[in-house]
Ligand binder design. Structure first.
Ligand code: PRP
Ligand code: URA
Length: 208
């Protein structure tokens, strides 16, 4: 399973800023959206192009356009919503499918509680978005749901990925490419990523 850790200086700088312990909700939210944009940019870099002819200001002009790629963005509630606007800035015609999964804080098992998928998933590439890939349970459950609905092309955009989650995805969904701003060190005993960002959902929504 390919894991793409984006080493671009803007990405390195922004993910670094997000690690500050007492970062404000406003700043954390802004950086989440900005990194959503940059990861979406990377995740689309192999989209096929076709040449079309437009009427330009000085006559006909040949331009490149993305060739019929249909995308559904799939935020995992709640924290995935923080990346949604940024990703849609880059792919404004994408449709949005929503998955609700809460990680049980004791067992760390994913508990799905909501799903609403757009139609024709078999024709679409799904871009799952969630700031955190920790044990991998939530991402695996989302891929399971999408594949049950016929989706055959899935990519995942996560701000921070733990080796444990990457390993679980490699075992359960080796076909899913993951784009991340950082592969971090490990999970602590509570299942939080170290050094990580803390609880991304709480920081985006200002809860706790
Ligand atoms: C967090 C995070 C992921 C999940 C990652 O969500 O946003 O969805 O945990 O952990 P995992 O890889 O071990 O499954 P959480 O369940 O805390 O919900 P929230 O988004 O509502 O804060
Ligand atoms: N969910 C988070 O928000 N942060 C972690 O480090 C792990 C799971």
């Amino acid at each position: 399973m390919p894991i793409h850790e984006i080493r671009h200086p803007l990405v390195r700088h922004k993910i670094g800023l997000m690690r500050e312990g007492d970062i404000s909700t406003k700043k954390f939210r802004e950086l989440t959206a900005e990194l959503g944009r940059l990861l979406a940019y990377e995740a689309c870099k192999d989209f096929e192009l076709e040449t079309v002819t437009l009427q330009g200001w000085a006559g006909p002009v040949e331009v490149d356009q993305i060739k019929g790629k249909k995308v559904t963005v799939v935020p995992i509630l709640r924290a995935g919503l923080g990346m949604l606007d940024g990703v849609l800035d880059m792919i404004p015609s994408a449709k949005v499918s929503v998955v609700g999964i809460a990680r049980n804080e004791e067992t760390l098992q994913p508990a799905p509680y909501f799903e609403k998928f757009v139609g024709h998933l078999g024709e679409r590439m799904a871009l799952i978005i969630d700031p955190m890939l920790a044990t991998g349970g939530s991402l695996v459950a989302t891929c399971d749901m999408l594949k049950r609905k016929g989706c055959g092309q899935i990519r995942a955009l996560v701000l921070v990925a733990a080796p444990e989650g990457i390993a679980l995805m490699a075992e359960r969904h080796p076909d899913v490419e993951i784009f991340t701003a950082s592969v971090d060190s490990h999970l602590n005993e509570q299942g939080y990523i170290i050094p990580g960002l803390g609880d991304a959902g709480d920081k985006i929504f200002g809860t706790k």
